[in-house]
Design a protein around this ligand. Structure first.
Ligand code: IVH
Length: 673
């Protein structure tokens, strides 16, 4: 091969390898096998050995190059790396929103809600598109130069994915160790008699402090970028645009995020985030809430330590001690077998707890939890409590260790079908897709008040219907007759009629409720509403590609993939067809399609002066709920100006333009009308 040919081939190989790294480490959608990848890599390596002068610093073979360092050079951050203020409960979060509203009088504020990744803050500086410096936060002003270590993380592009890179681009985010990788690393260290890392965060920190990048290269580190530092040559209007740009440059970005308009919406997204916590590849210690508009961010400014435009919502972890009396294995809606602790009832964070999750087989082993132990349980936010540890000193001799598979005799405790554990996954699963337990959970979810709202179709009736094989999927409830229902034990003629009516009535429910009722993994009420609005019908939704799904507001990669997969499954499609034949509404009504449908649709309000009866946020929400808009400045397009005490120039302007001015009482009346 001539030098020119080698040069061409080397370029091709590097492009391909970069592309496959991105697909594998960032998108988690590899298109070639590991062997095929290794072959490309080996070919590149060989050519570079033959033509050493063609080796460049940004070649994929050079990630773990270089000699171990003696120490890390200090790096001064051009833009300080700030920390965040913390909140721990809804009240503190509301205060944050109120402060933002106070500082931006009369303006509508949009917030982004993101996971708070429990890792290490890093900054990656790209000069003319090439990774030049990677550093830790340090004290915020100066950090350590850990470029050589960061280069080994294959999710970090050595070069930005763009033909026209900006002169300077600093990406900021978090390096973490994936939970699975952490477990494997610790297991290997245990075997080798080495000291164990306390948690994934410590393991990630320990890895980045290694002086030898070759060791770092073997650590399963990942990264998520969620912000920028110094940037030249590109401008952004919103935080969302920043994230989109990071993604386009080839960085991993938060896989879940939401937009919100007030503190209630923020809280509901935080709850959704918590529900998805287990599916994230990294550990989180809460959520981060950021004002979306960069102009508003700039005007809100910073305090000495943290920005005023962002806040962390940390999960508070309230704990209690109690006795573990037994362990049950439950089958979930998706077939996962979950070990559940039966506890001596104990009061914790506002309620009495008698059950707690033990997560999975590995967790029980890792924490060495035995029946008869005294355990510490913890409640993080609203979610189900979990057993976190054992009080070893209180272990009785009679405490029995728990063998997950033996306990259920190697079979699904509900239907007796074989169970399977994917080596990649932590959970055992029931292999039977018609497992009655799965169906029961699915039906309960479908009929729930927050979903299709079918009164009378609760746990007891669901169990009867499934056990007597009267329903085999959620759509079957629509063919139940009054006679069938009345024949069930403890069911009177009257209740049978009522339930039958409730089922029939539910056929006309809004589309979002049906979407939610299908039980698609990750799709909660907010997402279901967005999907109904964006796609307008179940058929359009079912036909959407992951890319089209991501065009809908707030729908990220994880959710898009899950929705897409759901509708590729034949059984799920059959259920949808049955729902259609039963006459269930699968279209969004006009009101559901519009973002802002309501009596005040098209009307613009300006709030000014100190309102006494409402917070600005509440007033904004009340207006938006009715379809109106809130604007920051008075113009000819303004319909109403709502004035509080000490209103100034905006009131003058409104008078000048002859715009209707309302005091708070009049505004209240308008709300009620
Ligand atoms: S934004 C100027 N977003 O949490 C504000 N930080 O406790 C910069 N963190 O220093 C931070 N996930 O290291 C932001 N989605 C996220 C985050 C996040 C984790 C870390 C970050 C920050 C620390 C504050």
């Amino acid at each position: 091969m001539t030098r020119a040919q080698a040069e061409k081939r080397i370029r091709e190989l590097r492009d391909q390898i970069r592309e496959h790294d991105h697909r594998y480490y960032v998108l988690a959608q590899p298109v070639i096998t590991d062997q095929e990848y290794d072959k490309l890599y080996a070919e590149l390596k060989k050519l570079e050995q033959e033509f050493p002068d063609l080796v460049t610093h940004d070649s994929p073979t050079q990630r773990a190059g270089g000699e171990p360092a003696k120490e890390f050079r200090p790096v001064h951050h051009a833009v300080a790396m700030m920390s965040l203020d913390n909140t721990y409960n809804p009240d503190e979060l509301r205060e944050f929103c109120e402060r933002v509203a106070r500082l931006l009088p009369g303006e509508t504020v949009e917030y982004c809600v993101e996971p708070k990744i429990d890792g290490l803050a890093v900054t990656l500086r790209y000069e003319r598109g090439e990774l030049a410096v990677g550093a830790t936060r340090g004290d915020g002003a100066t950090g350590d130069d850990i470029t050589a270590n960061l280069r080994t993380i294959r999710a970090i592009p050595l070069r930005l994915h763009t033909a026209k890179p900006p002169p300077v681009f600093e990406a900021r985010g978090e390096v973490y160790m994936a939970v699975e990788g952490f477990r494997k690393l610790n297991a290997a260290r245990e075997k080798a008699g080495e000291q164990l890392f306390a948690n994934p965060r410590n393991a990630a920190a320990g890895s980045l402090k290694q002086l030898d990048p070759k060791i770092v290269a073997q650590r399963p580190l990942g990264t998520v970028l969620y912000g920028i530092g110094a940037v030249e040559g590109i401008g952004f209007k919103t935080h969302r645009e920043v994230i989109e740009q990071l993604k386009a440059f080839g960085f991993p970005t938060p896989p879940l995020w939401w937009l919100a308009h007030n503190h209630e919406e923020i809280l509901s997204h935080i709850a959704e985030l918590q529900q998805h916590e287990a599916q994230l590849p990294f550990e989180i210690d809460g959520a981060v809430i950021k004002v979306n508009s960069l102009d508003q961010q700039r005007r809100l400014g910073l305090t000495a330590k943290a920005p005023r435009w962002a806040i962390a919502y940390k999960y508070s972890h309230e704990q209690a001690e109690t006795l573990l009396e037994d362990i049950l294995v439950q089958v979930g809606r998706t077939g996962n077998l979950t070990p559940v602790a039966v506890l001596k009832p104990v009061f914790l964070a506002g309620s009495t707890i008698s059950r707690a999750t033990l997560h999975n087989e590995d967790e029980i082993k890792r924490k060495d939890i035995r029946v008869g132990d005294t355990v510490i349980i913890e409640k993080a936010g609203e979610v189900i409590p979990a057993v976190v540890s054992v009080v070893q000193e209180k272990r009785p001799r009679s405490a029995k260790s728990f063998d997950f598979v033996a306990h259920i005799h190697g079979k699904c405790p509900e239907c007796g079908s074989p169970i399977r554990r994917d080596p990649e996954q932590v959970a055992w699963r029931c292999e039977n897709i018609s497992c009655p337990a799965q169906l029961k959970r699915a039906l309960e979810h479908f009929a729930h008040r927050g979903t299709m709202d079918i009164e009378g179709l609760g746990e007891v009736l669901v169990n009867q219907l499934v056990d007597q094989k009267l329903v085999r999927d959620i759509a079957d409830i629509y063919s139940l007759t009054v006679a069938q229902l009345a024949a069930l034990e403890r069911m009177g003629e009257k209740s049978a009629h009522n339930v039958h009516d409730a089922i029939q009535t539910s056929k006309a429910r809004e589309l979002w409720r049906v979407i939610m009722g299908l039980g698609i993994l990750h799709v909660g009420s907010q997402a279901a509403k967005t999907l109904a609005r964006h796609f307008g019908s179940l058929d359009t939704l079912a036909a959407a590609t992951p890319e089209q799904l991501m065009e809908a507001e707030d729908i990220g990669e994880v959710m898009a993939a899950s929705i897409h997969e759901f509708f590729r499954n034949n059984r799920n499609r059959e259920v949808v067809e049955k729902l259609r034949r039963a006459g269930v509404n699968l279209e969004a009504a006009a009101a559901e399609r519009k973002t802002a449908a309501g009596a005040w649709s098209g009307k613009t309000f300006v709030l000014t002066g100190a309102l006494g009866k409402f917070t600005r946020e509440d007033a904004t929400r009340l207006i938006e709920e009715r379809g109106g808009k809130v604007s920051g400045s008075v113009s000819k397009k303004t319909d109403f100006v709502v004035v509080g005490a000490d209103a100034g120039s905006k009131l003058d302007k409104a008078r000048q333009l002859g715009i209707k001015v309302l005091n708070e009482e009049e505004f209240e009346k308008l709300l009620k009308s």
